[in-house]
Design a protein around this ligand. Structure first.
Ligand SMILES: [Zn+2]
Length: 174
């Protein structure tokens, strides 16, 4: 296991053929699109990715693994920073084209790649952005947590989180 930064560009096909596992830290500052939704650019996300080939009737090159960490967003009630836990599971199937992507088993999220190497950080960043709550809230804004304090959650209790609903749908499809 490495705790260094992620490699920048990789060839995911080669990594899959060689069954490579990549672990490392993705610095927030290297993910500007993600940072647009965050307060501050300090910190990093722990990334653990396994490249492999699945045999499901045919060979599917895939990337599985996770990205976990803590970021800060603005609480939409009191406008103070609120800590948000990010936790992303990767289940990407590599596809050379839109057409090929449609033929992937539905259990995979397609990742369309050309012939070039891909920027690993961009792939991680995109998944992280999708995992962020639209609006972040403190559990209880009257209990002021200091910056860096745990004890805040992202759920808005008034309405169901669309992502958790999606997760339930996905789970019941299995
Ligand atoms: Zn608040």
């Amino acid at each position: 296991m490495s705790n260094g930064p992620l490699p920048n560009k990789v060839d995911p096909r080669k990594l899959a053929e060689r069954n490579v596992r990549i672990t490392g830290k993705a610095d927030l500052i290297g993910m500007p699109n993600l940072c647009q939704s965050l307060i501050g650019t300090d910190g990093s996300v722990d990334v653990d990715l396994q490249f492999a080939v699945a045999e499901e009737g045919r060979r599917i090159r895939m990337i599985t693994g996770s990205a976990t960490g803590h970021v800060y967003m603005t609480c939409q009630r009191c406008l103070d920073p609120v800590e948000v836990t990010v936790e992303v599971d990767f289940n990407l199937g590599l596809a050379a084209s839109e057409e090929a992507a449609k033929q992937l088993p539905r259990t995979f999220d397609p990742l369309i790649i050309g012939d070039e190497e891909i920027e690993l950080l961009s792939v991680v960043e995109e998944e992280l952005i999708l995992s962020l709550p639209t609006d972040a809230y403190h559990d209880d804004c009257s209990i002021k947590t200091s910056y860096g304090d745990a004890g805040a959650v992202t759920e808005d209790n008034d309405k169901p989180n669309p992502f958790s609903v999606l997760a339930q749908l996905k789970a019941s499809n299995k």
